[in-house]
Design a binder for this molecule. Structure first.
Ligand code: FA5
Length: 335
């Protein structure tokens, strides 16, 4: 009996090792370890053997069952992983890096602007995107029949409500709620019903600045803007202050930066001029002070409004403003 068990063991080991797949392995298991297998029959017949033989054969049967059980598991693991590999899972391939998100270039630009202006003593104020005619126009010295209203192509929601066309209404809201001295920046999205092109969006970001106190002068405005531009673009940046017109500032100026996309040689972003307009500014008009209840004889101030998208274009070398709102990851990843 013991000799037969040895033979059976050798046969079973060979069969387990040579099984070509899990299906064949299962039939090997049934043949050597199943309920009708020879080994099970021997186990069942143990009770008919004399005590000495029963003990030695019993031990041999148990050891063989245990060994074959272990071999069976090992063969199963080997065949399963080979099956997965042939089904397309290659464990030796390098892993895929998870995508890491990042801040949008406009957000990063705004954060840079905010940090420069905070360093110059300005605090942040916010206002609503849906405005009324008083704050967006009237209080800024733009009455309903004023031709300057045409300069801001407005999206009206109804007779009274509109999408703000600039961040200047935040100036009014801040002055209505506080007394000078005031030194704020007001960032946010603005909306204009105009046809987009490489340097014009129909929705874009502005950053407003307002400083009101006694005896504020134009020279301070110029100094702050030059300091800001140099912090942003470096000491050697070329700027141009042009005379401008805004109903809410007098005198007014518009500030251009030499186009950093073409280095001033002319391209689609600067419309071939070599210069890009970045902001409008000026001394707050006395009529604006009157609209918010300040005494223009006592207070003076300056205000400015920057185009954040245009600044971002110059900082990142982007030659089309529309790319910022398309959210094409192939573009955003390059910045
Ligand atoms: C204004 O909106 C004034 N509120 C700015 C101001 C504030 C003047 C305070 C004086 C005192 P303007 O329309 O020029 O002005 O816009 C200001 C800046 O926003 C521009 O210099 C430009 O950088 C940017 N900008 C204007 N229109 C667009 C547009 N369609 N797309 C992208 N940026 C624009």
């Amino acid at each position: 009996m013991l000799d037969r068990l040895k033979e059976l063991g050798s046969e079973a080991r060979a069969a387990l090792q040579s099984a070509a797949d899990v299906v064949e392995l299962e039939s090997v298991r049934v043949k050597y370890l199943g309920r009708k297998s020879e080994l099970t029959q021997v186990s069942r017949g143990l009770k008919d053997l004399d005590p000495d033989e029963r003990r030695s054969v019993g031990m041999a049967v148990n050891e063989l069952k245990k060994e074959l059980g272990v071999l069976l598991e090992q063969s199963k693991e080997r065949l399963e992983s080979a099956g997965e590999a042939s089904a397309g899972l290659d464990l030796t391939l390098p892993g895929r890096m998870p995508w890491v998100g990042g801040k949008h270039p406009l957000t990063r630009t705004y954060e840079r602007l905010e940090s420069i202006f905070r360093g110059l003593g300005f605090e942040v104020a916010l206002g609503p995107h849906v405005e009324d005619g008083f704050h967006n126009f009237d209080a800024l010295n733009i009455p309903p029949d004023h031709p300057a209203r045409d300069g801001w192509d407005t999206f009206y929601i109804d007779d009274e409500a509109l999408l703000r066309t600039h961040t200047s209404p935040v100036q009014i809201r801040v002055m209505e709620s506080r007394k000078p001295p005031i030194r704020i920046i007001a960032p946010g999205r603005v909306y204009r019903n105009e046809t987009p092109d490489a340097s014009h969006g129909s929705e874009f970001y502005q950053l407003e600045g307002l400083y009101v106190d006694r005896d504020v002068r134009f020279g301070e405005l110029k100094g702050v803007l030059i300091r800001f531009m140099r912090e942003l673009y470096g000491e050697s940046v070329n700027l141009r202050f042009r005379a401008g017109f805004f109903p809410f500032t007098e005198p007014s100026t518009e500030v251009d930066v030499e186009c950093l996309i073409c280095q001033g040689t002319g391209c689609s972003v600067c419309s071939g001029t070599g210069w890009v307009e970045l902001l409008g500014a000026g001394m707050v008009d006395p009529r604006v002070f009157e609209a918010v209840g300040y005494d223009p004889g006592e207070f003076t101030g300056y205000a400015f409004g920057l185009g954040v998208d245009r600044i971002c274009m110059m900082m990142t070398g982007t030659d089309d403003i529309r790319l910022f709102l398309e959210n094409d990851l192939r573009f955003l990843r390059q910045i």
